[in-house]
Ligand binder design. Structure first.
Ligand code: GCU
Length: 366
């Protein structure tokens, strides 16, 4: 389960667009004039050949794969990243965001970025963990206090620097950081879920990862691995009794239509990693690749506030739609969840990373 995928389903090379320098660069002023003013969540329709989710009118349009719908805030944020990148590189680079897994499911896109067939992809922590178990400590319950702590860690080179570069030699993948998934919770077609007994025999969709399998069985359910894009139909057909995710994914995937009971377990503060092709970064001028990293760091930090606001909106939306939101007593699930998280970390390197992340919480809180 943890070995890198060997599938090599290449998307056409043309997706990556022309190489830098293919035509005369657009001057900064000219470029800025051609960009419409947009906020997060807005599709960009501008430049010469209008394409949804794209900054056009640049020398090289980087392809970015995303599993979320356009209504998810990560889509608008990636579009803003493309704009930032275009501005910071004087129009030498921009980006086009491919939403809804249109370039492939997350695990497939890991291989596509590795092959250089696409430039970047957003993938869940569980998928990166399947490429390298070294990321496991970032994906366990209790490692992050909240999304501010998580963001601090993800920008701290002393903690993540070596880890984020660790896939470069073998897989030609560079981890640039990513987006918070916020707190993840349980939701079910029937409810409310107030005890471990209520979970007995319930088939709960999980991402393909050992920690999620363990977590759901420890709280009494039957973990059922399935791709994100199939969860709605799984719930609708009754193949699943429930799933787990954050409020925003629950709303943007319209899972409330087929699973109306939402139980606030907050079992994990998840993270979506942004992968980039190492070959791409090495081909870029140093100044441009530095600009790309800076544009990303700004986008990532800005997203933390966007996430908080969008989570509030999603919660209101859920209430308006009649979703039953339940907060179980803390002693019901929290100790089991904490135990499941700690029991999975055995390797000394995993424990060291876990401790470094926890220490960043104490420093921040001091
Ligand atoms: C979240 C996360 C995705 C992930 C999904 C899932 O929505 O942002 O990257 O794929 O959960 O549960 O599969």
């Amino acid at each position: 389960m943890r070995t890198p995928t060997s599938r090599r389903r290449g998307a056409p090379r043309s997706l990556a667009g022309p190489r830098p320098g293919a035509r005369e660069g657009v001057g900064r002023r000219g470029f800025l004039k051609s960009l419409p003013v947009l906020g997060a969540g807005t599709a960009l329709l501008g430049g010469c050949a209008s394409q949804e989710g794209a900054v056009t009118g640049v020398d090289r349009v980087l392809s970015i794969s995303l599993g979320q719908a356009e209504s998810h805030p990560s889509y608008g944020s990636l579009v803003s990243f493309g704009e930032r990148l275009a501005e910071a590189t004087d129009g030498r680079y921009g980006a086009r965001v491919y939403a809804n897994n249109s370039l492939g499911d997350q695990q497939e896109t890991v291989q596509l970025v590795s092959d250089g067939a696409i430039d970047m992809a957003v993938i869940s922590g569980t998928q990166i963990e399947n490429s390298s178990p070294r990321f496991l400590p970032m994906n366990v319950p209790g490692v992050f206090d909240d999304i501010d702590h998580q963001n601090r860690v993800m920008l701290d080179q002393s903690i993540v620097g070596e880890l984020f570069a660790s896939l470069e030699p073998q897989m030609r993948l560079t981890v640039l950081g990513g987006y918070s998934q916020g707190g993840r919770h349980l939701y079910t077609a029937q409810g409310p879920i107030e005890s471990v007994e209520d979970m007995a025999g319930l088939k709960i969709r999980v991402q393909e990862s050992e920690i999620f399998l363990r977590l759901i069985s420890d709280i009494g359910g039957v973990p059922t691995p399935m791709a994100y894009s199939e969860v709605y139909t799984g719930l609708q057909a009754g193949v699943l009794d429930g799933a787990e995710n954050n409020e925003i994914s629950y709303v943007t995937q319209r899972h409330y239509e087929v699973a109306g009971h939402f139980t606030l377990t907050n079992h994990l503060i998840g993270f979506d990693f942004l992968l980039a092709s190492t070959d791409l970064l090495e081909e870029m001028d140093e100044q441009d690749s530095e600009a790309l990293r800076e544009a990303w760091a700004e986008t990532q930090s800005e997203f933390v506030e966007i996430w908080k606001q969008e989570t509030e909106k999603a919660t209101q939306d859920m209430l308006d739609r009649g979703v039953v939101i339940t907060q179980p007593e803390p002693e019901v699930f929290a100790p089991i969840i904490e135990e499941a998280g700690l029991s999975i970390l055995e390797h000394p390197d995993d424990l060291a990373l876990y401790d470094a992340i926890r220490a960043a919480s104490e420093e921040g809180d001091a």
